[in-house]
Structures are given as structure tokens and as C-alpha cells.
Design a protein around this ligand. Structure first.
Ligand code: AMP
Length: 209
């Protein structure tokens, strides 16, 4: 048996640290509910005040634009990443700290994923879902281990969470993979969720945290 003196002490639990940059995935619709537009602005402001750089899709429209407005108004760093062919449709935001213009959608998503240390999902549509599930599946196959937090105001995402639970119940998603998505109902809970350590096999995050 290994002598006790040679057994290295257990490393201290790492302190939960806030990420330096967060990518926000959210809707591009200007017709989205006012409460969601306000939430996006408040989210941008919260991140800026916490000293966290906002990485986002680079447009001025919808929740995307509001998140950038909130962060910029609070003096935050905002990095927009937009494909050239969308600069007109999504109204490329020239006020941001840095605007990266890509040639393709794939390049946009790759750069957003690379430059962010964590991801936040706000209400949105098909593009938001695409980005969210791509980043979750990349985590599932071990391409990254960055936190992904879903903000679920007023239960907006409840039907999606029910679908995810059904996929677990039907063994399409392994139970431990539920921890890949952290769910919070309120903006006040966002920063703690971004900083929290992920423990393999931890409690289900398809439920509300
Ligand atoms: P939406 O949630 O549909 O309003 O879209 C939110 C953002 O996702 C917008 O900036 C879209 O350009 C972007 N988006 C839409 N489809 C895709 C896609 N296939 N891949 C990456 N981003 C997308």
C-alpha cells in the first residue's frame, strides 16, 4: 500500500470564477416582447458592470441590439461578429468596441465560440436555437467545457426543457449530459450560474437551478 506521506493532498476546490467574456445568443426580432428586449438590455448592462466582455452577433436589431446597447451604455467591451452578407439585414453595429466581419455563418459561429469563456441564451428564434444546440453538442462531445446558461424569463423555454427531459427519459440524452445546460429564471441568478463549478453527474440542470 502507498505510504500515507506519499499521497498528495487533495487540491483545494477551485474558486468559482467569473468568465472574462460571455457570448450571448438571442433573438434578432424587433417585434419580440418588450419585456424580453428590456431583459436583453439589462443583461448587457449586468455583464458590463461585472467587467465581462460581451461577444454577440454584431447587429443592431432585436434582443441582440439591445444587449449591445446595455453593455455599451455601461461602458463595457462589446465584440460583434457578423457575416458580410448580413451586415445590412442585421444592421451591423458600428458603435461596438470591435466588429469582426466574417465571410460565412460558420466562421461567425466558430469565432463567437472561441472568443467566449461562457455562453448565455436569452429568448430567441431559430438562429438562437441553432447556436445553442451547436454549443451544447460541442460540449457533449468534449470540444469545450465552457458554461452554457439558459435564461428562462416567465417560463419562455419551459416547452424546450420539457422536450429535453423527454429525450433523457427516452435515453436519447444521457442523464449526466443534463448538466451541460444550466437554467436560471431571473437575471439576478445569472452571474452565480456563470461562475458556478460544473460537477460531473451533478443535479439536473434541465430543471431550474
Ligand atoms: P433568431 O433567433 O432566428 O432571431 O436569430 C438570432 C441570430 O442567429 C441572428 O443573428 C441570426 O443571424 C443567427 N442565425 C440564424 N441562423 C443561423 C445559423 N444557421 N447559424 C448561425 N447563426 C444563425
Amino acid at each position: 500500500m502507498e505510504p500515507l506521506s506519499r499521497v498528495p493532498p487533495a487540491p483545494p476546490a477551485p474558486a468559482a470564477q467569473l468568465p472574462a467574456s460571455v457570448c450571448v445568443y438571442c433573438g434578432s426580432s424587433n417585434r419580440a416582447p418588450a419585456a424580453h428586449q428590456d431583459l436583453a438590455r439589462d443583461c448587457g448592462r449586468l455583464l458590463a458592470r461585472a467587467g465581462i466582455a460581451l461577444i454577440y452577433g454584431g447587429g443592431r436589431i432585436g434582443l441582440m441590439g439591445r444587449a449591445a446597447d446595455g453593455a455599451l451604455a455601461a461602458g463595457g467591451q462589446v465584440i460583434g461578429i457578423i457575416p458580410r452578407f448580413l451586415t445590412q439585414r442585421e444592421v451591423g453595429n458600428l458603435e461596438v468596441t470591435e466588429l469582426v466581419v466574417t465571410e460565412t455563418m460558420h466562421e461567425r459561429k466558430r469565432i463567437m465560440a472561441e472568443r467566449a469563456e461562457a455562453f448565455v441564451v436569452l429568448p430567441g428564434g431559430l438562429g438562437t436555437l441553432d447556436e445553442t444546440f451547436e454549443i451544447l453538442t460541442w460540449a457533449q462531445i468534449g470540444l469545450h467545457d465552457k458554461p452554457v446558461v439558459l435564461l428562462n424569463p416567465g417560463g419562455f423555454w419551459d416547452p424546450l426543457l420539457a422536450m429535453l427531459r423527454r429525450m433523457v427519459d427516452s435515453a436519447y440524452v444521457r442523464p449526466e449530459q443534463q448538466g451541460l445546460l444550466r437554467v436560471v429564471d431571473r437575471l439576478e441568478d445569472l452571474l452565480p450560474a456563470l461562475g458556478r463549478e460544473v460537477r460531473p453527474g451533478g443535479r439536473s440542470q434541465f430543471e431550474r437551478a
